[in-house]
Design a protein around this ligand. Structure first.
Ligand SMILES: Cc1ncc(COP(=O)(O)O)c(C=O)c1O
Length: 363
């Protein structure tokens, strides 16, 4: 059974308070009235599926998630449609990735039907929290799973808690970014957890993000762990390069890169913008040289939170301690990047026909 039992809260946020939050959402600052929950144990499997009033967790301080990091999550959005309805964008892709992440972290995978029922049920109860599309606003959904067994001892836990919370949001990176090619850190290695969306990957990235800021950059461009040569992704987004010859290049999925829903969607839309989608290894030297020669005309990052974020520059360690800097497209966002961005948003907000069947209406 994949049905989540929906119970409306008896103490909702007052309507005027909610309206003020939804009118001007700040990324991740406020949460809706409800949460989805389910529990897994070896004898019962997933059970107690419900959407209820949001409340704090009560966990024993010995819960395994606090000690051994069995935690995975997803990020997706619900979009207000022109007729006032609400739609999710390709939730089954997030469901599949969530199950993959669970398997990599030796956690209990949730069925796709359960995952979609949970996010749909939550959005259904909290539909008044979905902002209007103006200013690229949406309802951000955060499904996650933790090892909730009290366990001091390194083994896969025997109890997991699944939860979904939601937060009305505006744009994540409203401005174009520059990327720092850190010589000191890598995000992932072959055989590691790079393809999983687990909290530990993000904790491990924070120090590098601080280093990027010290070099005047907003994000890190991650290179492979073995040779520190091949481009993987950037910050918390996938990365794409537009070439003068009409290719849209993105690093292929080697098990160290997150298989982004936005990445996949843009590769699908590329031909409609006269671009050939190419998934292949690309070395950082090829990127820098391509920028200098004009072979690479545009660079952008993509992800659910950021949609498409133009990359207008790179910095990397240079000789004599001075950074070398590369400016993409004269420092301004590229026209194809902006067109792809607008296209994706038009699909998500239901402003153009859903040619690829990506939207799932809620209710
Ligand atoms: C490390 C990383 N790469 C890529 C992405 C983009 O994935 P998606 O398009 O599914 O949001 C994300 C965001 O979730 C991410 O955290």
């Amino acid at each position: 059974m994949s049905t989540f039992v929906l119970t409306s809260t008896d103490h909702p946020t007052p309507a005027d308070e909610r309206a003020a939050i939804v009118a001007k959402p700040v990324f991740g600052a406020n949460f809706t009235d409800h949460m989805a929950l389910a529990t897994w144990t070896p004898d019962k499997g997933w059970h107690d599926r419900q959407v209820v009033a949001r409340r704090p967790f009560e966990l024993h301080p010995g819960a395994a998630t606090f000690h051994y990091g069995q935690e995975i999550f997803e990020g997706m959005k619900a979009y207000r449609q022109p007729d006032g309805g609400v739609a999710l964008f390709r939730p089954e892709k997030n469901a599949a990735r969530f199950a993959q992440s669970a398997k990599r972290l030796a956690m209990a995978p949730l069925d796709e039907a359960d995952f979609v029922a949970a996010v749909t049920g939550l959005v259904d109860l909290d539909r008044d929290w979905v902002p209007s599309p103006e200013g690229e606003q949406s309802l951000y959904l955060r499904p996650f799973e933790i090892a909730s067994e009290t366990l001091i001892g390194v083994r896969a836990a025997n109890e997991y808690t699944f939860c979904v919370i939601a937060s009305p949001v505006g744009p994540y990176y409203p401005d174009p970014v520059t990327l720092w090619a850190t010589p000191n850190f890598t995000r992932a290695a072959r055989g590691g957890t790079g393809a999983a969306k687990c909290g530990g990957n993000y904790a491990a990235s924070l120090l590098a993000a601080g280093e990027a800021a010290e070099h005047g950059c907003q994000q890190v461009i991650w290179l492979d762990g073995a040779e520190h040569r091949w481009v993987e992704e950037c910050g918390t987004m996938n990365i794409m390069f537009v070439t003068a010859s009409g290719d849209l290049i993105t690093p292929e999925l080697t098990g160290t890169i997150l298989d982004g829903v936005t990445r996949d969607s843009i590769l699908t839309l590329a031909p409609e913008h006269g671009l050939r989608p190419v998934q292949r290894h690309i070395a950082i030297d090829e990127v820098f040289e391509g920028i200098l020669t004009g072979a690479i005309t545009e660079v952008f990052a993509c992800g659910t939170a950021a949609v498409v974020t133009p990359v207008v520059g790179f910095a990397a360690p240079g000789v004599n301690g001075a950074d070398q800097r590369f400016t993409v497209g004269g420092g301004a966002p590229g026209s194809l990047s902006l067109a792809i961005r607008a296209h994706l948003l038009d699909v998500q907000y239901g402003r153009v026909p859903d040619a690829h069947g990506w939207l799932r209406r809620v209710g």
